[in-house]
Design a protein around this ligand. Sequence first.
Ligand SMILES: Nc1ncnc2c1ncn2[C@@H]1O[C@H](COP(=O)(O)OP(=O)(O)O)[C@@H](O)[C@H]1O
Ligand SMILES: [Mg+2]
Ligand SMILES: [Zn+2]
Length: 254
Amino acid sequence: MTTNVPTVLVMGIKGGVGKTILSNNISRLLAKSKKVGIIDMDLDSSNLSRVMDITETMKLNKSRKFIPVHVIDNKLKLFSMGIFTNSGPQSYSRTGDQNRILIQQALDNTEWGGDIDLFLLDQPAGSGDEFRATIENFTNIHGAVIATQPTTSDDLYRCFDLTSRFFIPILGVIQNMHGAVCECGCKVVCKKCNKPYFPLGTESPVEEMCTEWGVPYMGAIPMIPKLKESPIIKHPYNKPIKNIVKMILDTMEE
Ligand SMILES: Nc1ncnc2c1ncn2[C@@H]1O[C@H](COP(=O)(O)OP(=O)(O)O)[C@@H](O)[C@H]1O
Ligand SMILES: [Mg+2]
Ligand SMILES: [Zn+2]
């Protein structure tokens, strides 16, 4: 069974760029005006439930369908295989076919309630089976949010190339870990030269590449200490999150 519910992918092809942190933040803001289903597509190393601070497990109803966890009642529901057993991190070595079946289960065998306005999919690294299963099962892909770092242009190029090959519109690019802030939230500036500190380098190709490809650039988020413990990106560094949520909502209304 496929779904025609508008679907937004949070993707990056590369691992560790912040897709999951962004998915959490975007879903919570979207849930203020939409009924959102968020799905952890990273089946091998799922960490979305931990990032969302969910300790509850996903249960089965009487007809043995998964009940997604209600993160915010009637607003935000989470499906993650990572919280089916909730026995902490485990290693998995499934085949692509097994992962495809699990992704189908998130649709076919899950009690979403029939009133979800939008699915947000936290994509894993890579562009193989999980990505293929995504486009096969979610037939109304509204667009992609791309998470990237200022380090290399290769992964961003791959995202542009992949989405264009599959006719997925890019809703916006968020540059993560560009610059740094200290524990109290102020910009880290060099004492000697007075310039802001960019741990991954000042020279970033991201904005220029977005201009070149005609893709909306949503802004940069600095490295924020303790984001691991409280993964909510706060003012003023949440501007790219607000921008992308506005873009999702505006384009859904068109
Ligand atoms: N802006 C940031 N500042 C500091 N740490 C971050 C930031 N963004 C992500 N991280 C950390 O980087 C790691 C990878 O983030 P994650 O969202 O899991 O990436 P991905 O889903 O792309 O693999 C996590 O430990 C996360 O806490
Ligand atoms: Mg992730
Ligand atoms: Zn400070």
